[in-house]
Design a protein around this ligand. Structure first.
Ligand SMILES: Cc1cc2nc3c(=O)[nH]c(=O)nc-3n(C[C@H](O)[C@H](O)[C@H](O)COP(=O)(O)OP(=O)(O)OC[C@H]3O[C@@H](n4cnc5c(N)ncnc54)[C@H](O)[C@@H]3O)c2cc1C
Length: 569
């Protein structure tokens, strides 16, 4: 076993993790020892796939307002967002855009030289700041570059974190596997920040990278922390069929149409004013209604879908503003959006829920924060607006970095929970690596994803959710914890089995929360409870772990200014 010490350990090197490490370093003038643990090479984090934009109010002189961004976000959330958190986020986001600019971010610009912004779904003002359709990649590169100026930051690439260490009262560090050597590692740290991203891979048809397997959520859950609002999964209206690769919302922001088999712009039936730029929950339901009522297009592999039509934008605009979309459709489907309609349908895209935190990103364990998609502050509520996530990663990465740095300065304890470490070593190298069983873990993962794609998708019912829950609990009991590859170095087979534990548990929590929530709100649509129910359900769900499965409790939503009203777009 190898042990190393850091003042702060950041789990994850996506936008939230990099921003947190950078801020902890900036506020401590490079004096704190910061470690970033990431299971991939840092720059391969899912954040590099973000395409369309990062929301912030940049132009009050042209009519945008902070209040407008707050209102759009709260309304978009179907009133489940905590409004004090939304206000803090919206007020901080503009400065993050300028900071990134100072660190070298090549934002796309307008002819007058000012930073350009484009329209995005659910926003009443074009406030998505962008760099063509490669926003996340360039933001990541900018932050990664800025971190190079801080020798106090050490990145542990390809280290897989497996558990959170605590003495019952405070965070004490983490355990993990150095994937390259296969060695068990213990990182002792005074403070920690969970920035491990979302749970997209509990679904098969998803825009998410293969490493979005909910590990951080599962670690927090096993450490006794609450996961909040996990029933709310966002389905992005434009997942490329059949792969699920994302066609960015910027395609519609730049003027693309959604069309059915008759070439009709069907959104006029569902969102008269905002049309294609209604929020994602509304657009996804509309698409599925078109498909279910027989107006879909026969897509590749016979999959029913609808289409994104960009042809009227012209080649020049597509090449300037949406080059990656063109490249993806040409490479993966052999079609060119300059001449052809792109086949799409809703794909699992974002985990609105996550580790329960307070307004400053603190979890229920002293010394531990969460930021980015892994966290639920909550700002997205029941439905996130496009372009708000990358911005929240920046804002809450920064807040968590500040808070963790201040905590480390004030608390200098040490020590390490030895029994917990031994148990964890046993779980990995005994029960899992040497586990006996005859069920293929990859088969279990495929079956899990098929269940979730069928029963926890855009339209849900009590019957489907119960069936799915029973099936997922059945999968959890199967003897899949067996690793046929026994090598020590780079054992991805072991990694995948550990990830599968996280996926199965995350799926169970999503289903338990979704079955309990007998209403339709945001992305959670119950055909058997089609209305929003503010009397009984204007409340956040919290799932804690027990031997019998997730135990649900509920915490109030913070409302400052905006009382719930009917959402119309
Ligand atoms: C295709 C796509 C396009 C998107 N486009 C946009 C957009 O245009 N605008 C927008 O606002 N949002 C967009 N989003 C959403 C947004 O990009 C993500 O929510 C955000 O980037 C998540 O960042 P993160 O830092 O929380 O985590 P991620 O970038 O997902 O990174 C997770 C990190 O955690 C690490 N990790 C996970 N588990 C472990 C473990 N067990 N041990 C060690 N490390 C671990 C990973 O290595 C990785 O570094 C998009 C999402 C997708 C999938």
């Amino acid at each position: 076993m190898d042990r190393i010490d850091h003042d702060i350990v950041v789990l994850g090197s996506g936008l939230a993790g990099l921003r947190a490490a950078l801020e902890a370093s900036r506020v401590s003038h490079g004096r704190l020892d910061v470690g970033i643990v990431t299971k991939v090479q840092a720059m391969r984090s899912h954040s590099v796939a973000a395409e369309g934009g990062t929301a912030a109010v940049l132009y009050p002189d042209e009519g945008d307002t902070l209040d407008g961004h707050v209102w759009d976000t709260v309304k978009g959330s179907d009133f489940l967002a905590d409004q004090d958190a939304v206000e803090l986020f919206v007020n901080t986001a503009p400065e993050e855009i300028r900071l990134l600019e100072r660190w070298g971010m090549p934002w796309s610009r307008r002819p007058d030289g000012r930073i350009a912004q484009r329209p995005f779904g659910g926003h009443e003002f074009p406030r998505a700041t962008f760099a063509a359709d490669k926003v996340g990649f360039l933001e990541m590169q900018t932050l990664y570059g800025a971190i190079q100026g801080f020798p106090n930051v050490r990145v542990h690439h390809e280290w897989f974190a497996t558990s959170i260490l605590s003495d019952g009262e405070r965070f004490r560090g983490i355990t993990g596997i150095d994937l390259k050597s296969g060695d068990f590692v213990v990182v002792r740290a005074k403070a920690g920040i969970i920035a491990t991203g979302g749970a997209g891979r509990i679904f098969g048809f998803t825009t998410h990278g293969h490493h979005s397997t909910a590990d951080g959520l599962y670690m927090a859950y096993r450490a006794g922390l609450g996961l909040k609002d996990m029933e709310f999964i966002q389905f992005h209206p434009t997942g490329l069929v059949p792969s699920g690769i994302l066609i960015t919302e910027a395609a519609r922001g730049e003027g693309g149409y959604l069309v059915n088999r008759d070439g009709e712009r069907f959104m006029k039936r569902y969102a008269e004013r905002k049309l294609e730029l209604a929020p994602r929950d509304v657009v996804s339901r509309s698409e599925m209604t078109e498909i279910n009522e027989g107006r879909g297009i026969d897509g590749p592999e016979g999959i029913p879908c609808v289409g994104v039509d960009l042809r009227h934008l012209g080649k020049e605009k597509i090449l300037e503003r949406l080059p990656q979309i063109r490249e993806v459709t040409m490479k993966f489907l052999g079609i060119d959006p300059v001449d052809d309609i792109i086949p799409i349908k809703p794909a699992a895209h974002f985990t609105m829920g996550g580790v329960h935190t307070d307004l400053r990103g603190a979890t229920e364990l002293k010394g531990l924060w969460a930021a980015g998609e892994a966290a639920c502050v909550s700002i997205h509520g029941a439905n996130r607006l496009g372009s708000n996530s990358t911005s929240i990663c920046l804002v809450y990465g920064r807040i968590a970095g500040v808070e963790a740095a201040a905590y480390v300065k004030a608390w200098q304890g040490d020590g390490i929970p030895k029994v917990q470490i031994l148990e964890e070593e046993g779980r990995i190298y005994g029960a899992t690596l040497r586990g006996t069983g005859d069920v293929n873990p990859y088969d279990v993962r495929d079956r899990l994803q098929a269940i979730m794609d069928r029963d926890a998708y855009v339209f849900r019912t009590g019957e489907g959710l119960s069936r799915a829950l029973k099936a997922v609990r059945g999968l959890k009991e199967e003897a899949y914890r067996q690793v046929s590859d026994k090598v020590k170095e780079y054992n991805t087979n072991l990694l995948h089995v550990l990830e599968l534990d996280a996926l199965l548990n995350a799926a169970e929590i999503v289903l338990v929360g979704a079955l309990a929530r007998q209403e339709s709100r945001g992305a959670h649509t119950r055909l058997d409870y089609p209305k929003r129910d503010d009397v009984n359900w204007l409340t956040h769900s919290l799932a804690h772990r027990t031997a019998a499965g997730p135990r649900l409790s509920y915490v109030p939503v913070t409302i400052t200014k905006h009382q719930p009203v009917e959402r119309k777009y």
